[in-house]
Design a protein around this ligand. Structure first.
Ligand SMILES: [Zn+2]
Ligand SMILES: [Zn+2]
Length: 129
């Protein structure tokens, strides 16, 4: 399960409540981040001792899909981004729901020397599902 960019594994299930622990628990990090869910809703969460995946300096490979008008769309975690501005060496994108949901999430992509296209996220929290 993925929640707020942290990934969890199911630990146990008691009285309909599911207990999840961070996948970094078994690594050297020994993270004690946990969430409890009840009928699909988060009812409890505790802090992690590390950065969530998808943040920091790591760049991630970008994936794209096409709009009906044959324009490229950037896809990150099932969210779609439309092209905002094309710069010399990079492209700025914004969440396709920026208008309908007033979402402020943005991303930039650029092409590496090896030809791979990578993205970086800014304001990683969407205002919608
Ligand atoms: Zn953790
Ligand atoms: Zn969004």
């Amino acid at each position: 399960m993925l929640h707020e960019k942290f990934s969890y594994v199911r630990e146990k299930c008691i009285n309909g409540k599911t207990y999840w622990r961070c996948t970094q628990y078994t690594t050297q990090i020994k993270c004690h981040g946990r969430v409890h869910t009840l009928r699909g809703k988060i009812v409890h969460s505790s802090k992690h001792n590390h950065q969530p995946c998808g943040q920091g300096r790591t760049a991630h490979l970008a994936s794209f899909s096409c709009t009906r008008k044959k324009k490229r769309k950037l896809v990150i975690d099932k969210h779609e981004f439309v092209m905002d501005r094309k710069l010399k060496s990079s492209i700025n994108w914004r969440c396709s729901r920026y208008r309908s949901s007033n979402c402020k999430v943005r991303a930039t992509t650029h092409v590496l020397k090896n030809g791979q296209e990578v993205y970086r996220l800014k304001y990683a929290k969407h205002s919608h599902l």
